[in-house]
Design a protein around this ligand. Sequence first.
Ligand code: GUN
Ligand code: ZN
Length: 433
Amino acid sequence: MATLIRATVMHTPENPFQSEQAFECFADGAVVFEANTILSCGAYLDMCEKHPDAEVIDEKGAYLLPGFVDTHVHFPQLTIIGAMGLPLLEWLRQRTLPAEASLSGIPAAEAAADLFLERLAANGTTTALVFGSHLLAAQDAFFRKAADSGLRITSGLVLGDRNLLPELETTVGRAREETEELIRRYHGHGKLRYAVTPRFSVSCSAPLLEVCGELLQSAPELFFQTHINENTEEVAFVRRLFPSSRDYFDTYEGYGLAGRRSVFAHNLHVSNSELSRMGACGCSVAHCPSSNSFLGSGSFPMARHIEHGVGFGLGCDVGAGSGFSLLNESLRAYETQMLREDGYSLSPRHLLYLSGAAGAKVMGLDSRIGDFTPGKEADFVLIRPPQSSTLRAVLKRASSCEAALGVLFTLAREESVVATYVAGRRIYTHNEN
Ligand code: GUN
Ligand code: ZN
């Protein structure tokens, strides 16, 4: 039987960076779905007429948006959100790597995975590319819990063989064996996929990156994720570690790690040569605005990425990022561009696209999710302004759908997310509203 959800419905069936007609809003609207598939999306009365037998869930007063797609977030870093005062390399050394090393027992890893996955769903995220743990048992626990969560998760064991803590460092042989085992167990199982995940070139020897290239070819449709060009000291360090490489991107490109399913986080301090090559290979960037300002790393050259045809989505980058909310990341992306001299002028419809459809494209899932086109899978987030909130007061006076959308990105956060659906199944319900 079909289900009809009534709410204010907004989505971007086309890309607003390319098309004027990209934004669609139904102030009194509905999305109709059956099993995991969207049947229709439109005005409430039209949908009732078209689907008279559908079960109606009346959420009038709430907002229904496509599920958020997070293209960069770290599983073992939830507990270090808010660790202030340090730039990237010191933040890693003093706060992050010790926290990641402490996740060594299976019960602790399972509890951390449960909490992490619950917070993703509680923030309306339905799909995520997740940087995992360096520790095999913890990463195995994460995949098991991810399978139970109902979320669409792509993740991988993090690899590094230098410049980390000894207990996080692997060897080339172990990296190969453990990654192959996890690919066998989880890649393509349900909504799980595997991403080969070297931490960054600072922590990887040339032979380890070479093995990553081989692993990436070892099964169909594997993903690749890493960090790049985040911090000027990090970029200089990579230059010293790889003196014969052209630039940072070359340390990945040269090992066959740059392709359509490769996602590079940050990419702030990037040259035009690197951008041209990234555009040519079809790889994507995870833009993590709250992390970039929190660590003082720099700001994202969005217009240059667009000029060079390099696709990007948003990432919350917990624990450097300030929480799991892609509503927040969207606002931070907007603010970042406002502050830049060459800033791209973003409107609420761009933010809506960036929070979902853009990430779906990065993840190679744009034919299946990202908007409410009939035939796509029913992934969405339901947002209801809490009773006595600034959000509710401002929304009441919003002059148009798109103005309301701007208000949502500015003021709505975790506490306003009342339900999250993946493939037509409600995987999260907020109990306190
Ligand atoms: N570069 C290498 N590791 C990390 C990490 O955990 N977070 C961020 N923001 N950058 C990194
Ligand atoms: Zn990261």
